[in-house]
Design a protein around this ligand. Sequence first.
Ligand SMILES: C[S@@+](CC[C@H](N)C(=O)[O-])C[C@H]1O[C@@H](n2cnc3c(N)ncnc32)[C@H](O)[C@@H]1O
Length: 264
Amino acid sequence: MPWYSFDPIADTYDATRTLDVRAIDRALTALTREFPPHRFREVLDVGIGTGRLAFPFARHGYRVVGIDISTRMLERFRRRRARRDRRAVGALRADATRMPFRDGAFDMAYWVHVLHLVPQWRRALDEAVRVTRPGGVLVYARTEGGRDIDELAAEYLRILRSLGYRRPRLGARRQETVLRYLGSLGCEVERRRVRWEWEERVSVGEALHYHSLRTYSMNRFAPLEVHREAMRRLRTWAARELGPRNRRYPVMGAVAFDLAWIPR
Ligand SMILES: C[S@@+](CC[C@H](N)C(=O)[O-])C[C@H]1O[C@@H](n2cnc3c(N)ncnc32)[C@H](O)[C@@H]1O
């Protein structure tokens, strides 16, 4: 299993990648105005994970099929679906770089926090373009926020660098790079400035706890003993710079979409 597999963190994933219900509802209400589900019914979620966005999409009238490479994330997805009985959402295990769908099978395809994890991210985009019909749309969704504090995450990475470990580059890092590639495939790309925001409050102890569990990919590329040493130093740093474990910090959450139209 590669270090960036989501299998080991499937159980903590939902607790740490929060999404404000009202913000996502407002964001999807705007999206449905532009892409009404009666014309854009069939939707693909690339890297669906536990279905964090797929269920809200289904609530807004889309029929969503997701793919994911992680068996454990898909197990969490299925448990969630059983609780909610959302028959308009399905998922299967597949690699984004080799999708098991016919050409033009979907009216819309979207992804959230996936391409930075896929070494062959261009092939994943080729596939997304192939399986979306002419005149359909690709949605590059981004979300921010969760149970982490930016300064703490930056310090963790700084400590790892001081211990001789740099975060490896896996897939596409920058949104501009992805959009430029989609443009080179003939898609009409549109960056959107609009964001739907919310504010959360995260305690120092909570943020440290999730880092110690190796919840984020940044916590997993170094060997376990290096991560433990980094955590020891991070706790000392946090006590000095961020204060007691129960002190809460505001964290901005947001959801935003960029678009790319498949040429007719
Ligand atoms: C950060 S999670 C995002 C999950 C979901 N999109 C969300 O926003 O909550 C990344 C997901 O992409 C999946 N993934 C990574 N590489 C993949 C690939 N080549 N094909 C399909 N899924 C992949 C992981 O297993 C994981 O579930």
